[in-house]
Structures are given as structure tokens and as C-alpha cells.
Write a protein that binds this ligand. Structure first.
Ligand code: AMP
Ligand code: MG
Length: 486
């Protein structure tokens, strides 16, 4: 790894330098060749294992924990910061730099009452989901590796510690801006310094002046809208959309009790601690806007309110537009011959919503239903999904409207093939991650993890002998709800 240290060198009151503490008997549980390429690495080796398990210093690394704050479940916490993630610096890759962070690397001044560690199950889940989302083209942080150990840690019971090696284009969160707004009221110097740094590093096409700031916030609003449109289209629930878990670049970030939908359920809650369903699947678009408003509030010392409000007003249309375009690709709704695009978008959104309401009412699997719809012979009167519906006449009405919207398809096989490129056969179902974790826990066997990782890097391809991974969860694996004690 070849590092540069821009954050460390330019923002010295924005972090605390802190060295990670090694985990005993480190061993690779997982490694991502795809993520490795991003920072110019090839294969894992023993020297890297020692560095990334914090048992040896990585040449060129600086080791620091960033300070930030955030709104957690609606309430403001004035100081959070990296409690268990230590950043080594920005590793230079062929197409740009990536922060490398050891998540679970030991305590920092921001650990509050925590131990600075991550348990194996949560480290494995973060590793798998980062790479799975990337393969689905969802903007996300990445995971280079997950490293197991025999270091005991206590949660509800004794478990073992692990480290996820996270790669992120930036670790700057909405919460960074909130911290430097509210902790240094009336003196926006730090806020300006942070924003200028963000612009120089990540928005080089913008100038560090009023016009650049205004446009920057528009871009943050839009990238956040785009990220959430992707979540809704692939059926991903993040679970802890606190503002400290929102990346300023619109990358999915800080994974905890996340889940992919099995059964489509608008009010699906994946987080055991989320009693009111604040972060339920169907709430995510609204919470995205709520979070952006908290960010806007923190920017009022440096960006005029009118500009912030104008940018916030672009959120909803932008999200809808991205969502409709992703769903069109899944359902085969071409826009080639559409005249009025705003009107067409409205009609398509209605058609898509009727479809998801039927999935919800009939307790159908989200991804599998879409995959099945994509294999329909579009000229035939019946869809294979019809048999899964209790109210067939409602479905028939919808299907007729859908057929009319799809129109004539010259080459059905090619049309179906196209659909398969947008409807994954394999997703990271919670029960699959759980099975991989149990094998590691009980048999020290990571082969299921590796198999799952392989599978999820090619989620759209038919993979011989892997059909069982596309099945709906068995009884024990339905509605698994994850706790935050990771
Ligand atoms: P999260 O819900 O994972 O985003 O975490 C919220 C805050 O708690 C962040 O500041 C984390 O760094 C911190 N945190 C979570 N778990 C631990 C832990 N085991 N030790 C120290 N800090 C933690
Ligand atoms: Mg967090």
C-alpha cells in the first residue's frame, strides 16, 4: 500500500492520532481481489496480515480516529467520532485514493464506553455486504478483507474479535459538518476548512467560493437521493440511518443490522433497537431527506438558506427519477418511444407501486419475484407470477396494463436476457450470512463465507449447483432481526 496523508496533514484538529491494538492469532477469513485492485494490491500475504491485524506497523500509515457528531434516532449527540475504526491514510490506487480503515482496531478517545472492537459476525457481515452491494452497482464503501482472531470480546456472551479492513473514498460524514457547526458556534472557520478540503479532494470541478458551495450541496443532495433510490430498487434496508452514518459522497456506509428484503414488506424493520420503525425499509427515502435537512442546518453559517432550501427541493424528484429508471430496467419498460417524460415517469411509478403493493399483500419474495417477472413470455396472456397471487383478477388487470406498457417485443429471448442483467438471482439474504457465520463460529470453517462471496460478486449469472442460495429463507431464517451490539 502506498499512502498519502492529506486529511492527516491538512486537518489537524479534526482527529486524534491513535495506534491500533493487534488481535491475537490473526487469520484471513475473507479477502476481496476486486477491492484489492482499487488500491493496487494483488494477493494477500503474511506481511499484510500482520499490518492489517494491527500486529505490525504499515509503512507510510498515520493512524488516526476522526471526530464527528450526529443525530441518532432523531436526537442530537454532540460528540461521537471513530470509536472503533482507525484510519491508516489514503492508499493510492490506479483510479484514485481510498481511505484504509481498520474497523475493530481497538479503543480510541471516541470509544466512550465501548471496547473499540468488532465481533466476528458483524465484521463478516460488513465484508460480505460491501462487496455484494458493489456487485449490484449500489454506491458503497468497500471491504478489502476480514481478519479473524482468538481475542475474546464480551457482548451478550463471549465472542471473538475480528477486523474489517474498510476502503472508503472518504470517511467524511454529515456528522463531521454538524460537529464543527455546533461545537464552534459563531466561528465557522473549521466548517469552511472542512468544506474546502472536501471540495479539493472530492469535487475538484467546483470552486471554493459561494458558487462552488451552493453547487456542492446540490450534488450532495443528488448523490444521497441516488443512493437511496438504489436501496429501494434492490430491496436493501440499512437499519441505522443516523447522520453520522451518512457519507458526504452518497456511498452506503457503516453497516450494522442491515438486511436485504426476503419477503417484500414496506414496513420491514431490520434493527432490533428500532422500536418505532424509524428506519423501516419504506421510511428510508423520507429519512434521507430528514438527514439532508440536518446537514443543511449545519451549513447555514456558510451557505445562504435560500440556496440550501432550493437544493433540498431537488431531492424528491431526483430520487423518484433514479428509482423509476432502475425499476424500468428491471421490468423492461423502455422509454424509447415516450413523448412526455414527466407524465410517463408518473405513470410508470404508479405501475411499479401497484406491483410492489401486490408483492406486499401476497407476502412474496422481492428479488425472486422480479427475476421471475423478467422471464415472462411477454406476448402470452399469463405471467408465471399469477399463480402466486391470492387476488388474481387484481393481478390480471395490472398485468394487462404492464403488457401494454412494455409493448411489442421483437426478440423475447433477448428481452428476457436483458432483464436478467438487472434482476439479481442471488442476494445476501440474512440467513445465508448467518449460516456462513455459524460455520466459522462452530467449526472454524470459512468455506461457506468464501462460496457466498464468490456467488455475490456475480449476482446476475446463473451459477450451476448454487440454486439453493437463491431460495427463500427456511423458517428459522425468516425475519431475522439483528441487534446493534456488534
Ligand atoms: P454505529 O452505530 O456503528 O454507527 O456506532 C455509533 C458510534 O458508536 C460510533 O461513534 C462508533 O464508533 C461507536 N461504537 C460502536 N461500537 C463500538 C465499540 N465496540 N467500541 C467503541 N465504540 C463503538
Ligand atoms: Mg457509525
Amino acid at each position: 500500500m502506498r499512502f498519502k496523508q492529506d486529511f492527516f496533514e491538512q486537518l489537524d484538529s479534526f482527529y486524534t492520532q491513535v495506534y491500533p491494538q493487534g488481535i491475537s492469532n490473526p487469520h484471513w477469513l475473507g479477502w476481496s481481489d476486486d477491492a484489492a485492485k482499487l488500491i493496487g494490491l494483488e494477493k494477500p500475504n503474511d506481511a499484510l496480515l500482520m499490518q492489517l491485524s494491527a500486529n505490525a506497523a504499515a509503512p507510510g500509515a498515520s493512524y488516526y480516529a476522526q471526530v464527528y457528531s450526529g443525530h441518532q434516532f432523531g436526537g442530537y449527540t454532540p460528540r461521537l467520532g471513530d470509536g472503533r475504526s482507525i484510519i491508516l491514510g489514503e492508499a493510492i490506487g490506479p483510479n484514485g485514493a481510498w481511505d484504509v480503515a481498520l474497523k475493530g482496531g481497538g479503543p480510541t478517545p471516541y470509544s466512550r464506553h465501548g471496547d473499540g472492537r468488532a465481533v466476528m459476525r458483524s465484521a463478516v457481515r460488513e465484508f460480505l455486504v460491501s462487496e455484494a452491494l458493489a456487485a449490484l452497482s449500489v454506491p458503497t464503501s468497500r471491504a478489502l478483507a476480514v481478519i479473524g482472531s482468538d481475542l475474546p470480546v464480551w457482548r451478550e456472551s463471549q465472542e471473538t474479535a475480528a477486523i474489517t479492513v474498510r476502503l472508503a473514498k472518504s470517511h467524511i460524514r454529515f456528522g463531521h459538518f454538524e460537529y464543527f457547526c455546533y461545537s464552534e458556534k459563531g466561528a465557522p472557520d473549521k466548517l469552511i476548512q472542512l468544506l474546502n478540503f472536501t471540495l479539493a479532494q472530492h469535487f475538484p470541478h467546483l470552486t471554493a467560493d459561494a458558487a462552488g458551495y451552493k453547487q456542492w450541496f446540490v450534488e450532495v443532495v443528488q448523490s444521497t437521493a441516488k443512493m437511496i433510490a438504489h436501496w429501494q430498487a434492490v430491496g436493501f434496508a440499512h437499519g441505522v440511518m443516523n447522520t453520522d452514518n451518512m457519507s458526504i459522497l452518497g456511498d452506503t456506509f457503516d453497516f450494522g443490522p442491515f438486511a436485504f428484503l426476503d419477503t417484500f414488506k414496506e414496513d420491514f424493520i431490520c434493527n432490533h433497537s428500532d422500536h418505532d420503525g424509524r428506519y423501516a425499509f419504506g421510511q428510508q427515502p423520507g429519512i434521507g431527506l430528514w438527514n439532508l435537512k440536518r446537514l443543511a442546518q449545519a451549513l447555514t453559517p456558510i451557505i445562504p438558506s435560500d440556496d440550501l432550501i432550493a437544493a433540498l427541493n431537488t431531492y424528491q424528484p431526483s430520487l423518484v427519477s433514479h428509482y423509476v429508471s432502475l425499476m424500468r430496467a428491471k421490468l423492461g419498460l423502455s422509454t424509447d418511444s415516450c413523448l412526455d417524460s414527466a407524465e410517463q415517469e408518473k405513470q410508470d411509478l404508479a405501475l411499479i407501486s401497484q406491483f410492489t403493493v401486490m408483492l406486499d399483500n401476497n407476502q412474496l419474495d422481492y428479488s425472486n419475484s422480479l427475476r421471475k417477472m423478467g422471464q415472462v413470455d411477454i406476448s402470452s396472456q399469463y405471467s408465471p407470477l399469477r399463480d402466486d397471487m391470492l387476488n388474481v383478477s387484481e393481478f390480471d388487470r395490472w398485468y394487462q396494463a404492464y403488457q401494454a406498457r412494455v409493448g411489442d417485443v421483437a426478440d423475447v429471448a433477448a428481452w428476457q436476457q436483458q432483464r436478467n442483467l438487472h434482476n439479481p438471482k442471488y442476494i445476501l439474504r440474512n440467513y445465508l450470512a448467518q449460516e456462513a457465520i455459524i460455520d466459522i463460529e462452530e467449526k472454524a470453517d470459512n468455506s461457506k463465507l468464501l462460496q457466498l462471496q464468490q456467488l455475490l460478486t456475480r449476482p446476475y449469472d446463473e451459477q450451476p449447483d448454487m440454486d439453493h442460495y437463491a431460495k427463500r429463507p427456511p423458517d428459522w431464517g425468516q425475519g431475522l432481526v439483528m441487534s446493534c451490539s456488534s
